[in-house]
Design a protein around this ligand. Structure first.
Ligand SMILES: [Zn+2]
Length: 353
């Protein structure tokens, strides 16, 4: 995520903090002094442990977790993919809130006897005992808030795993997304009518709404693409270029064909991939004199014509490409583009209605 600073590595996961989170200790320190800074750092620790518990459980199921980013509104663990097995999704989702509940239970008796009920049940920031009481309540609040069935928050994921055990995964996701949207609207409404308006709640509502929609669409796309193979969407005609073709000729080709990316072939063997962005960038810098071999990528993925379409999509995402060459064994038989994939997706999603 842009604007985040790496703090340290733990279990091979890098813990990062978004620069906006750094503003919080300063703001709280300014208004509430040392006690304010302490509270923010305590929240920081609780959120980090919460996300670490998700991440470790995910790693246990073989999911790659690259980083945890701490934002002012909570933490985000960047996982490569969330398992579609309901039991695994359930265990990963519950792990975070479970940490907060356990921590709160462990802290309760010491907090009760050390701070006394007069402080524990009347938290504040005026004195240290009241501040510690405040810190105690952070974990129960984090647990309850995350367990609300507002997809894609933890509670929403738990709801989906519960539904997916009983019905088709796509349908379960659609219902969970509906819950996410409903809660987002509710949070936004409560945030607006509070006086003064609760800005944090409004921002959270906004994030939940967008995140729920995005995840719903991703699942939909994944499930649709799984039913097709590369062969099903592969355009019948395609143009390839040779390494010695000048870019001026390639430019003419892009005008006359619908193709924007080209496999580079020599003596019937694939040698490279020429992408539209590389063509534009080179022409912009050096003009049309350059040859294909000066510009082409030699490190690129390919798919086989029989491969599932989802594989082509995944490779495009991983390599940040808009098209990849399609092979039948060693021979290039075409190029499949993101457009070809979105066409089949749009066609299927409109026919569903
Ligand atoms: Zn969580």
């Amino acid at each position: 995520m842009r604007g985040s600073i790496k703090l340290f590595n733990v279990f091979g996961i890098s813990i990062k903090i978004h620069f906006t989170f750094l503003l919080l200790p300063i703001i709280f320190g300014h208004f509430y002094g040392l006690r304010g800074v302490f509270l923010i750092l305590f929240v920081f620790c609780c959120v980090t442990f919460h996300e670490l518990c998700h991440s470790l459980q995910a790693k246990h199921f073989g999911v790659k977790v690259e980083q945890i980013v701490l934002l002012p509104i909570g933490g985000v663990a960047a996982m490569k993919s969330i398992p579609e097995k309901p039991k695994e999704e359930f265990k990963i989702s519950i792990a975070g809130p479970l940490f907060n509940v356990t921590f709160a239970l462990v802290l309760f008796l010491p907090a009760y006897f050390l701070l006394g009920p007069e402080n524990l049940f009347h938290p504040g920031i005026e004195t240290w005992p009241k501040t510690f009481a405040y810190a105690f309540w952070i974990n129960p609040i984090l647990a309850v808030f995350n367990l609300l069935p507002a997809f894609p928050m933890d509670g929403g994921r738990i709801l989906r795993s519960f539904l997916a055990d009983r019905m088709e995964y796509g349908k379960a996701t659609r219902i969970a997304v509906g819950f996410g949207h409903t809660f987002a609207v509710l949070f936004g409404f409560v945030g607006l009518i509070s006086s003064p308006p609760n800005i944090i709640l409004i921002i959270i509502a906004f994030f939940i709404f967008i995140a729920a929609s995005q995840e719903g669409m991703q699942v939909d796309l994944r499930l649709t693409l799984r039913r097709f193979s590369v062969k099903d969407v592969l355009p019948e005609q395609f143009v390839s270029v040779s390494p010695s073709t000048p870019l001026s000729e390639v430019l003419a080709l892009t005008m006359h064909s619908h193709q924007e990316d080209f496999p580079v072939v020599e003596n019937g063997k694939i040698k490279g991939l020429l992408t539209r962005s590389d063509i534009i960038l080179t022409i912009h810098q050096f003009g049309v004199q350059k040859l294909v071999k000066d510009v082409m990528r030699t490190d690129f993925p390919v798919v086989q014509v029989k491969d599932p379409l989802i594989k082509a999509h995944r490779l495009m995402e991983e390599w940040q490409l808009k098209a990849i060459p399609v092979m039948r064994r060693e021979e290039v038989v075409g190029i499949v583009s993101l457009e070809d994939i979105s066409r089949v997706y749009l066609l299927m999603s409109t026919s569903k209605r």
